[in-house]
Design a protein around this ligand. Sequence first.
Ligand SMILES: *[C@@H]1O[C@H](CO)[C@@H](O)[C@H](O)[C@H]1NC(C)=O
Ligand SMILES: CC(=O)N[C@H]1CO[C@H](CO)[C@@H](O)[C@@H]1O
Length: 311
Amino acid sequence: MFYSFAALSFASLVAANTYSLESNIVGQQFLSSFSFNTFADPTHGRVNYVDQPTAQAQNLTFASGNTFIMRADFTSTLNPSGPGRNSVRIQSNAQVENGVIAWDIRHMPEGCGTWPSAWTVAQVWPGEGEIDVIEGANNVGPNQSTLHTAPGCTMPSGLAMSGHPLGTNCDAVATGNVGCGVQNDAPNSFGPSFNANGGGVYAMERTPDFIKMWFWARNDPSIPSDLASGANAVNTVAWPAPYALFPSTNCNINQFFGPHNIIFDLTLCGDWAGSTYPSSGCPGTCVDFVNNNPAGFVNAFWDIASLRIFQ
Ligand SMILES: *[C@@H]1O[C@H](CO)[C@@H](O)[C@H](O)[C@H]1NC(C)=O
Ligand SMILES: CC(=O)N[C@H]1CO[C@H](CO)[C@@H](O)[C@@H]1O
């Protein structure tokens, strides 16, 4: 009796954090699994999001084998009174809730004025939440992960994570859209140093009890073997402590987070990269730089090896 009871509870404990691979999006599959957003950038960037035919015709997206590239235009000088620099913003057709998402990225956009992000968000904002996994601006950090929610979601202090918290109130409106962030202190986790090291793997686990995020730089031997080997299932109980932990202690995850689409984008200047530009060490003003320096955007591209969704 005792042994079978113990085995049963062990099995249910393990099952709660073991996830099966639901989709492994690679290369051309990004074109069928994502839609191109062509609306005006909600963060007011000096950017013009183009549709899929335009992106492909201008080679701003490029899919081949196990490579998916999306980038900003790096050849045009812009008319200051015309639209912003052409760039790409894609949104997954599928929505995700509980589960694990793994982003295997070889290169993220870098350069003055750039603000790349990989994130998930609901159709109802901020009511059903936003989870920013990879984000930073102007080549420098804060290489941070952030939640944005409706009022009533806060984070306690003293959490078991390797990153350090930047704010405790996740309320998007009350914080002027800053939200509650955690800075990932791992080296090579963002921008030029991430790229020089060949990128790495970010993972995010969402359950009713918490949201967690991990990062392993390329060739980091501590990456869990299930993730490194491309296994059909992952068991996050066996993973190390995350760099970011957002528990449900003072934030009912099911209440504040609904079905999310996965987004990759690259905006330029705007609310964050524009406002931090003067202190970033970049030359002149952000908008002038974007208008006049196409060569500054040669390395403003995502090179995505895969996006895996486990449920
Ligand atoms: C399109 O972009 C890819 C990836 O950067 C590159 O390998 C390819 O040569 C480009 N094609 C053209 C026609 O420029
Ligand atoms: C840029 C990078 O890869 N990592 C930085 C993340 O943030 C910490 C704290 O500011 C920096 O020390 C790292 O260099």
